[in-house]
Design a protein around this ligand. Structure first.
Ligand code: ZN
Length: 515
């Protein structure tokens, strides 16, 4: 099936203008999703020799998509629906048109020359970043980052930002509509000392949960069997999705009926793959839950990166690090990864999933310290884009903040400011969506627990369908109909707050550390 009639999908009062707009949207989406498939192929199966041709394929597709989204034809089609009062009376049509206009206006603000310059620079910068990281040589990467920061400032100036705001806001809005540096600071500033106090208390408690299972070696085929088993049980549909391997786990695909997850396996620690798989399966369950009838239009797409991350974090943390989840998996493990695993008690499994320890690497960090890593990155990229921090000053700013926020002396730039790929891809304004995801996850999960009696107790019986169904109807089904802040208010009855995250962390970790 290639396209879906707009009349069937979007409105009982079909309009030819709406049909034409939906067709135009879907064609751009067919092209963009072909590009995603090329990405997936490059990360999972493409031989290294394919790199150069692949870059040209992707650049061409990206240019064609940008031309279509920013075209006068697109603008005329949007205006035609906007002037059709009958079609616009349908709330989902009005939302579709609002979001299509937003995408169109964003695209028209960027000159094609800047889009191409950014694509070219970031593809080379990514390569230079990888070499610089390997050698822990920031000076090698600095000229590239300098160039990217200049392009990002130019990009931000093209987009513009609200009065009283700052350049960083224009970039963040691409990932999290409505997000501003001021709104992020308002959440981060009070959250930071509370997280630091919690981490300090846990460290000083003298108690450490048993962590032996984190050193339990399991052969890769068994780990893969476990990953598939858990992903399927929590609700990832393998008839409409796949699980493969890649260096960095991710979730992509072409649309809700073809969702591709990857994970990675570390022979020495089965919890690595389990956590990554549950995380990516959470993203995948969101993608599979988007309405097929609206595929290729904004209301068949996810709301924002922050909301996407809330779905992965909830399955990874609220579910996958809960005692109830481990009570279930404890019984299943010996059958899947071998009888040896039976020597671990439930307390040992639950403890291993919840060890807190400040470390240098964000992607390896625990639930309590994770957001402190994000706060360091936010401070730095905000200062770089705002112009108060030179690129050359990043390593010392990074190391000073790690000392201040996590109490660590960063030994080298490889384990410091060169560890993440994001800036080399030209993605600034992105990092806070990870912490926003943790905050949304906690707030959504509290709402789910309040609405579904016995939700967590069900995990201990391997019952995850009630949570998935709740997420499907409260979050996934709406696509981009609501903005992130509207969605949070609608689902939880309150604006976003740090309280649910702190209740989640304090309530779980203090008892585990004997407090
Ligand atoms: Zn994620």
């Amino acid at each position: 099936m290639s396209t879906i009639a707009a009349s069937e999908a979007l409105s009982s009062s079909a309009s030819p203008a709406l049909d034409a707009l939906v067709t135009h949207l879907q064609e751009a989406s067919l092209l963009a999703s072909s590009n995603s498939l090329l990405d997936w192929d490059q990360e999972t199966t493409m031989p290294a020799g394919g790199l150069e041709w692949r870059a040209r394929q992707q650049a061409l597709l990206a240019r064609i998509v940008h031309e279509r989204v920013s075209s006068l034809e697109r603008r005329d089609l949007i205006e035609a629906v906007e002037s059709d009062a009958t079609a616009m009376a349908d709330g989902s049509v009005a939302a579709l048109v609002r979001e299509a206009r937003r995408d169109h206006e964003k695209a028209t603000k960027l000159p094609t020359s800047l889009v191409e310059e950014m694509a070219k620079t970031s593809s080379m910068a990514k390569h230079e970043w990888a070499l610089a990281r390997e050698k822990s040589d920031f000076r090698r990467f600095a000229p590239w980052l300098e160039k990217l920061a200049g392009l990002l400032r130019a990009q931000a100036d093209c987009y513009g930002f609200a009065e009283g705001g700052e350049r960083w806001d224009a970039l963040a809005d691409l990932y999290e509509p409505g997000c501003t540096a001021r709104s992020v600071s308002a959440v981060f500033d009070p959250l930071r000392p509370r997280l630091q106090r919690l981490v300090a208390d846990l460290t000083a408690s003298g108690v450490r949960p048993p962590s032996g299972f984190n050193d339990f070696a399991v052969a890769i085929p068994e780990q893969e069997a476990l990953s598939r088993f858990v992903a399927e049980r929590i609700g990832f549909d393998f008839n409409r999705g796949r699980l493969d391997r890649s260096t960095h786990p991710f979730c992509s695909g072409t649309h809700c009926n073809d969702v591709r997850l990857t994970t990675r396996y570390n022979e020495r620690c089965v919890n690595d793959a389990l956590g990554s798989t549950m995380h990516e399966a959470g993203h995948g369950i969101y993608e599979q839950g988007l309405p097929f009838a609206r595929v290729g239009t904004p209301i068949g797409e996810s709301v924002s990166l922050g909301i996407h991350e809330s779905q992965s974090r909830m399955w990874e943390n609220q579910v996958g690090r809960s005692r109830a989840f481990w009570a279930w998996l404890h019984r299943e493990l010996p059958r899947i990864i071998g009888a040896d695993s039976a020597r671990f008690s439930l307390d040992e499994l639950y403890g291993a999933a919840n060890v807190v320890e400040p470390g240098f690497i964000r992607v390896e960090s625990d639930e309590a310290t994770y957001n402190l890593h994000i706060m360091v990155r936010f401070e730095i990229e905000r200062a770089v884009i705002g112009g108060s921090l030179e690129v050359a000053g990043i390593p010392s700013a990074w190391n000073r903040l790690y000392k201040e926020y996590l109490g660590l002396e960063v030994p080298d730039d490889r384990r410091g400011c060169l560890q993440d790929i994001h800036w080399s891809m030209g993605a600034m304004g992105y990092f806070p969506t990870y912490t926003l995801g943790n905050l949304y996850a906690s707030q959504f999960f509290e709402a789910a627990c309040a609405e579904i009696p016995g939700l967590v107790e069900g995990f201990a019986r391997g019952e995850f369908a009630p949570l998935k169904a709740w997420l499907n109807s409260n979050i996934h089904a709406h696509g981009r109909r609501f903005t992130p802040s509207e969605l949070v208010e609608r689902v939880t009855g309150k604006p976003l707050s740090a309280e649910p995250l702190m209740r989640h962390l304090e309530g779980k970790l203090r008892p585990l550390y004997g407090m």
